[in-house]
Design a protein around this ligand. Structure first.
Ligand SMILES: CC(C)=CCC/C(C)=C/CC/C(C)=C/CC/C(C)=C/COP(=O)(O)OP(=O)(O)O
Length: 311
């Protein structure tokens, strides 16, 4: 990513982190809806070029350089408002809305910074939808990872109607006992999160090429690596997290990368083919002792640069 875009993404990240800290951080017990209203007023001010502090100034600067819209930022604050009073989600629709507020919005905030590839034939809407899906997928994954932690705070972010259909109760969640019913239920939840990752992955290749790598990383490593993990269906312990992270770096990277950058793979294959042809040519020349020097010169002057271009 270009340094300017990187700074802009940091500014967005810092604002999101601070917003999240309001309801999840050490002072969260003092946060009231009024405090969130003040935070929203501060957001409006910084979008109008009146930042309160240097972190706001970073986002204010980003808003002046990139076509970011204020609405996803407002929506994220709305998600924090929800977190102040809501600790149960009756259906997936309710949960989806929460996921949009607290995570899908991040996708919408970042696409204008990352940029859409100039040669992309995809509509802007489909790229934004993919970005939204990446946020939802990550939030669902976090929810599945943190069931134990959330339940200790009295929160259940799993759709209650689906829990009931699986024959599970709130008590089962608080007890934290892993049963076959629980495993079956989690498998279904994981499958759904993976669908959102699939949706997101389709959009990454339409991003500006300089911005694809971090998005792909979020699709393939930090998020999705959790979802196929069997261990996450049975435990939410820190060791399982470490295990899943390790797994993500060795298994998921090559597979997803292969899919995302298929055209780059084809390019590399073409380059390997030309490499073989040139090497053969070089070999023929080198058969005669007087031609070894000439062969080296021809190879390094003509063939090598041509071969490397394709990589
Ligand atoms: C796919 C396309 C077209 C674009 C990508 C656009 C981007 C970068 C979207 C990012 C969406 C995203 C990853 C949102 C994050 C939401 C989330 C759940 C954050 C939590 O982050 P963690 O670091 O996992 O949280 P913890 O601190 O709880 O571990």
């Amino acid at each position: 990513m270009t340094p300017e875009r990187r700074k802009a993404v940091w500014a967005i990240y810092v604002w999101c982190r601070r917003t999240d800290e309001l309801v999840d951080g050490p002072n969260s017990s003092y946060i009231t809806p009024k405090a969130l209203d003040r935070w929203e007023k501060r957001l409006e001010d910084l979008f109008e070029g009146r930042p309160y502090d240097m972190y706001d100034a970073a986002l204010s600067d980003t808003a002046s350089k990139f076509p970011i819209d204020i609405q996803p930022f407002r929506d994220m604050i709305e998600g924090m408002r929800l977190d102040l009073w809501k600790s149960r989600y009756r259906t997936f629709d309710e949960l989806y809305l929460y996921c949009y507020y607290v995570a899908g919005t991040v996708g919408l905030m970042t696409v204008p910074v990352m940029g859409i590839a100039p040669d992309s034939k995809a509509s802007a809407e489909s790229v934004y939808n993919a970005a939204l899906a990446l946020g939802i997928a990550n939030q669902l994954t976090n929810i599945l990872r943190d069931v134990g932690e959330d339940s200790r705070r009295g929160r259940i972010y799993l759709p209650l109607d689906e829990l009931a259909q699986a024959g599970l109760t709130e008590e089962d969640i608080f007890r934290g006992k892993v049963t076959d019913k629980w495993r079956r239920f989690m498998k279904g939840q994981i499958q759904r999160a993976r669908l959102f990752f699939d949706e997101a992955e389709k959009g990454v290749m339409h991003l500006d090429s300089a911005s694809r790598w971090p998005s792909w990383h979020r699709c393939g490593c930090t998020g999705r690596s959790w979802t196929p993990s069997r261990r996450t269906t049975t435990t939410t312990s820190p060791s399982a997290r470490t295990w899943a992270r390790r797994r993500s770096s060795c298994l998921y990277r090559p597979r997803t990368r292969g899919r995302l950058f298929r055209h780059e793979q084809r390019k590399a294959k073409r380059s390997r083919r030309s490499d073989v042809i040139f090497f053969f040519f070089f070999f023929l020349l080198s058969c005669h002792p007087t031609m070894i020097f000439a062969g080296c010169c021809i190879y390094s002057a003509i063939c090598l640069p041509y071969t490397c271009r394709g990589i």
